[in-house]
Every structure is written in C-alpha cells, then in structure tokens.
Design a protein around this ligand. Structure first.
Ligand code: FES
Length: 111
C-alpha cells in the first residue's frame, strides 16, 4: 500500500541527554504538535496533499537553542521551539505553506 505524505515533522522533544532544551518545554511542545496535527486533520489518509507524519526523535545533532523542529521535505529547521511556536509553525508552515522566517535556524534542501 502506498501512502502520500506531505510533510514529516521531527522534534527533539525529550532527548536522553537533554542537550538543547528544557525537557519540560520539549514535552509540552510535542504534546501541542500532536494536538495540532489532529486538530487540523493532517493525518487523514484522504487528504489531497498527503498525510503529515510526526516523530519524536532523541537528538538532531544541533544541541543548542532547542528544542529543534525539522520539517521535511522542506529541509527547514526551527530553533527555540515552544508549545506556542509549535502551534504557529504547524498552522502557518505545514498547513498554510508559509514558513516562519524569524524562527528558522538552518536550511538543508535536498537539491
Ligand atoms: S538534543 Fe536537540 S538537537 Fe541534540
């Protein structure tokens, strides 16, 4: 079975070494991310743009100014993520297609 995917969100929310953020902020950001994906119905397999995948990862190898949220396929890395920022990023970037420039700390496009 094939599944169309629009984005994959990776958040270093509760890293085992807590190298880049307060784990409480990471945990709350992860909770908000999941809630936003659900609220906006981004996991609907019938969604024309494809589903949004989400993964809580241990470490994205930046390890400062975190939590870090990496969004593929855009190759956009957000730093200093909070629950409030997570909500805005999911709403404006993932759902609305408009990245939030002020919070982007790195870009790693595929091409
Ligand atoms: S713990 Fe967040 S990038 Fe390493």
């Amino acid at each position: 079975m094939s599944l169309r995917v629009s984005h994959h969100l990776l958040l270093c929310a509760t890293a085992s070494k807590a190298a880049c953020c307060n784990p409480d902020i990471g945990k709350a950001s992860w909770t908000r991310l999941k809630a936003m994906v659900k609220e906006l119905d981004l996991e609907d397999v019938e969604r024309p743009q494809g589903v949004v995948l989400r993964s809580k990862v241990d470490c994205l190898r930046i390890c400062s100014d975190g939590p870090i949220l990496l969004i593929w396929p855009d190759g956009i890395w957000y730093g200093g993520v909070t629950p409030e920022r997570t909500e805005s990023i999911v709403r404006e970037h993932v759902f609305g297609g408009q990245p939030i420039e002020d919070w982007i700390i790195r870009r790693t496009p595929f091409k």
